[in-house]
Design a protein around this ligand. Sequence first.
Ligand code: GDP
Ligand code: IMO
Ligand code: MG
Length: 428
Amino acid sequence: MSAFIVLGAQWGDEGKGKMTDYLAESADVIVRFQGGNNAGHTVEVGENQYKLHLVPSGVLYKDKLNVIGNGVVVDPKALFEELDYLKGVGVEVTPENLIISDRAQLIMPYHKILDVIKEKARGKNDIGTTGKGIGPCYTDKAERSGIRVCDLMHKEVFEAKLKDNLEAKNDIITKIYGGDALDFEAIYNEYLAYAERIRPFVKDISVEVYNNIKSGKNVLFEGAQGTLLDIDYGTYPYVTSSNTIAGGVCTGAGVGPTAITNAVGIAKAYTTRVGKGPFPTELFDATGDWIREKGHEYGVTTGRARRCGWLDLVILKTTARISGLTSFVVTKVDTLAGMEKVKICTGYKFDEKVIDYVPASLEDLAKCEPIYEEFDGWDESIENARSYDDIPENAKKYLKRIEEFTGTRISIVSVGPKRNQTMKIAEI
Ligand code: GDP
Ligand code: IMO
Ligand code: MG
């Protein structure tokens, strides 16, 4: 029996989709516990590439139960588009292999509009959100005016809540932002159609997850985004609106902390970030461009170019601490192949001191100067490595330094997007 978490250790896009798919082979249940379709998780199986946003990455196996937890914000339009896309590529998703929490919050059309117009109003201080309505939906959840999946199951409740919400949101959209009011009937009818389609999937997922753990099944919790996008521990306000760290599993899937056996942090061999916000090891030169092109660093959800920089061990150490990691998975070690020298940040110089944590204040973080250690590079042969012994010596030194600095072992090394380009070198 195990209940293990797979989470992003940096700013998202670390390869969580690939690693969830890889680790799901030994899992029975795969659970999303936060975020929504702002996530873009890529899984490659054979010659096929799948891009998943809301549906857990375990869906590509026929015999697994996939769960969308209460901590996830669900856009039913996006959900059914994704299910239709999956059907089109031969992946059948039914209430037999997917269940959705009755407590999950619904993303409504006004959330998406507010996301976009609020960003516009922020001007040069915009966050660079994905525009999927994530922030406004979590805002309503915290404000206690949100509409949940269970409300959609009761026509009259949904009607009343939609009326109340729409009145308030139309005021904001028209009076504050000068936008066009949304029509009640159109949204009501659209969502009633979703209600009938979603009904067979709806369950109290905490009960299902608990029973699975109790009966000795293996449960994998698939994180979205990453530690530095966490609403509490990320580079606030340049973050997403959910808890992306391990603690998010307890609240986002109704699981007690004592049930969790392992937490694996997925770390890219370098660092990337999409959207605005601080990034101490960012490269603004040809090396950054080289990494972006070699690593195909373009967003799965928005297509935006990802900002690229050196590996930052201050961030990985922070993730190991906050999420109580049992191990790291390091991905895209192949992308750095071919460089003569590679650098790792092993501390920030801040006010004449050296620190190994990420300061809360962005003003303080802006003063932090990364301290680098330089390593000799390795060659392209690494993408063919299938065991630890095959890894070039210089890459081994690089990986060893990650373990040493963070005090956390590396369990898996990934050297390409495919399932077989993955080496398990220690227990997770
Ligand atoms: P996620 O959001 O964490 O699931 O990551 P994304 O799917 O947004 O971005 C990771 C990208 O890197 C995807 O295109 C993966 O197919 C790819 N990928 C994952 N692991 C590796 C690896 O070890 N090497 C290479 N070259 N690509 C990888
Ligand atoms: P995965 O799961 C990378 C970023 C956005 C923006 C900020 C807030 O694929 O790793 P939001 O729409 O959530 O309000 O945007 O968070 N962001 C991501 N960056 N990977 C993601 O997901 C992200 N999801 C959100 O770019 O900076
Ligand atoms: Mg992604």
